[in-house]
Design a protein around this ligand. Structure first.
Ligand SMILES: Nc1ncnc2c1ncn2[C@@H]1O[C@H](COP(=O)(O)OP(=O)(O)OP(=O)(O)O)[C@@H](O)[C@H]1O
Ligand SMILES: [Mg+2]
Length: 230
């Protein structure tokens, strides 16, 4: 049993885009909770609302109605000025295209996430080194993204996402651009982090990825079609 408050609480989340005069119900009254340490995936056909859901939960866009709460903070009511702070303090993002800064080394890419959060310099270095070592990149810390493989870049991105001890990691197709061997390595890394208590939500098309998570939410037409825990 888990008597803690859920890390993520989503209630009646709805997003309607207008395409000219036609409403597109990208997200239609979605509700679910995620407990601390859960490792779950969101799957579903293209256009079913997965990325829309992630962008509401990640404060990249606002819902038409409904609400979401992360770690006790009502994120859907955050002012525009508060959103970046909540993102920085509560959420770690992992993207399909890695989104590392090309001119910075692996170490500097992790460091900069903490610099924005005003972590003192000495602490930043120590944490960045520790995280990169944990990702198996001890020998690659001073390489720039162009000098790293796709899998290595994604591991730097995961280290960066972990830097500020986020309440939740949100990953949209994190293995969309790597080969199957690298995919399996990234998924087992995420799984390990989840086993240590990190809450992780992955959006994926890949059943080999969702099969590794402990819970799978399937979306269809902007709604939750099924929610299965294993
Ligand atoms: N900015 C937008 N304006 C209008 N319609 C949008 C916008 N963003 C998304 N949509 C529509 O909302 C629906 C859900 O899109 P979403 O990107 O969430 O799907 P998805 O499940 O992530 O798909 P994919 O697997 O292809 O990434 C789609 O019908 C899409 O066309
Ligand atoms: Mg998407």
């Amino acid at each position: 049993m888990n008597d803690e408050e859920p890390i993520l609480r989503v209630r009646n989340l709805t997003k309607t885009y207008m395409q000219g005069k036609i409403p597109v119900h990208a997200l239609n009254d979605v509700s679910f909770d995620v407990d601390k340490g859960e490792f779950l995936s969101i799957v579903g056909p293209s256009g079913s609302g997965k990325s829309t859901l992630l962008s509401m939960v990640g404060l990249l866009d606002k819902p038409t109605s409904g609400c979401a709460m992360i770690d006790g903070t009502k994120i859907t009511e955050a002012k525009d000025s508060e959103a970046p702070v909540i993102r920085r303090e509560k959420i770690g993002f992992v993207f399909q295209h890695f989104n590392l800064i090309p001119t910075l080394t692996a170490l500097e890419n992790v460091d900069i996430a903490m610099r924005f959060a005003r972590v003192p310099k000495g602490k930043r270095k120590e944490r960045a080194v520790e995280l990169l070592a944990q990702m198996g990149l001890r020998e690659r810390m001073n390489h720039k993204p162009s000098e790293l493989s796709g899998g290595e870049q994604q591991r730097v991105a995961i280290a960066r996402a972990m830097a500020n001890y986020p309440a939740i990691i949100l990953a949209d197709e994190p293995t969309g651009e790597v080969d199957t061997k690298t995919r399996d390595m990234i998924v087992s890394l995420l799984k390990e982090l989840a086993e240590k208590g990190q809450t992780i939500l992955i959006v994926t098309h890949d059943t080999a990825v969702s099969a590794q998570t402990k819970r799978v939410i399937t979306m269809r037409d902007g709604k939750i079609a099924s929610d299965t825990k294993v």
